[in-house]
Design a binder for this molecule. Structure first.
Ligand SMILES: [Zn+2]
Length: 276
């Protein structure tokens, strides 16, 4: 499942072809994604210039002068770049093409849990969109720090791992990254969030940013002109300290890594390095 790093890697790969480019055509072959792709989308985008390509959480935002195309990759989506003269015939799961001057950017999504929605400029600020309004801070926003994490966890009795995954304080900390960040900060995933002191919140905020930065770096160096969401996390996971390493020795102390199920999701931790 594409997480924030994969979306950011995708954004960086698309950036040179998309930002400032004019959409010649938008071809929607299959509008039945998680929510229907607006019927007027092709008309709305034809001849329009992409001013900025941004990201908010796991949403890729194609910002036009007259509105924003909000894209989410869902469980299995990917945007792929093809040079105009070598673009293959669309296959079964290739639902949308954005035809740009140099390339075709194609949305492939076998499970169709992704989304492609239009937010017109006239309908209010983008930040107020129902999908974006309740998102926590961006992990690379200078406002996300130990103090923000400390303030956000006061009075929260839920486990710190669950609070991170919920995304209300900081976005982008999916399962892998929560396990890895908590390991680096030596915090037990079951610890009630409110029991984290200011110093440990600072360590955790740094760990969250470091883990995500590394994941983006690895993805960015592995992918060149071809953007693939499926399997990218494998590059980061090869380096994982605890994620999916149940029973294997902790890379720091040798104690077998444990798997824990919280809210139907698996968390991995070292019982010795992350005692409390
Ligand atoms: Zn350990």
């Amino acid at each position: 499942m594409p997480e924030l790093p994969e979306v950011e890697v995708t954004r960086r790969a698309l950036l040179p072809y998309v930002e400032g480019a004019t959409v010649e055509r938008c071809v929607v072959r299959e509008p039945r994604l998680r929510w229907p792709v607006p019927a007027a989308l092709a008309t709305q985008l034809a001849g329009r210039r992409v001013e900025r390509l941004q990201r908010r959480g796991k949403y890729l935002l194609w910002c036009f002068g007259h509105g924003t195309l909000i894209s989410h990759l869902g469980m299995s989506g990917a945007w792929r770049i093809w040079p105009r003269d070598t673009v293959p015939l669309p296959r079964r799961h290739d639902h949308v093409d954005m035809v740009l001057p140099q390339v075709v950017v194609r949305l492939t999504d076998p499970r169709r849990f992704g989304a492609l929605l239009w937010h017109a400029s006239g309908s209010g600020p983008l930040a107020g969109h129902p999908l974006l309004a309740h998102l926590g801070l961006e992990p690379f926003d200078p406002r996300f720090d130990g103090a923000a994490l400390h303030a956000g966890t006061r009075g929260r009795s839920a486990a710190i791992n669950q609070v991170l995954l919920a995304g209300g304080i900081v976005v982008g900390v999916g399962n892998i990254y929560a396990s890895e960040a908590l390991f680096r900060a030596r915090i037990n995933p079951k610890l009630p969030a409110r029991r984290l002191g200011a110093q440990r919140c600072e360590q955790l905020a740094v760990a969250v940013r470091d883990v995500l930065t590394e994941a983006i770096g690895v993805g960015g160096s592995t992918l060149r002109d071809f953007v693939s969401a499926a399997g990218d996390e494998g590059y980061f996971m090869r380096e994982a300290a605890v994620y999916e390493r149940a029973g294997l020795p902790c890379r720091v102390c040798g104690t077998p890594v444990r798997r824990l199920v919280q809210g139907q999701r698996s968390t991995y931790y070292c019982p010795r390095c992350q005692r409390c």
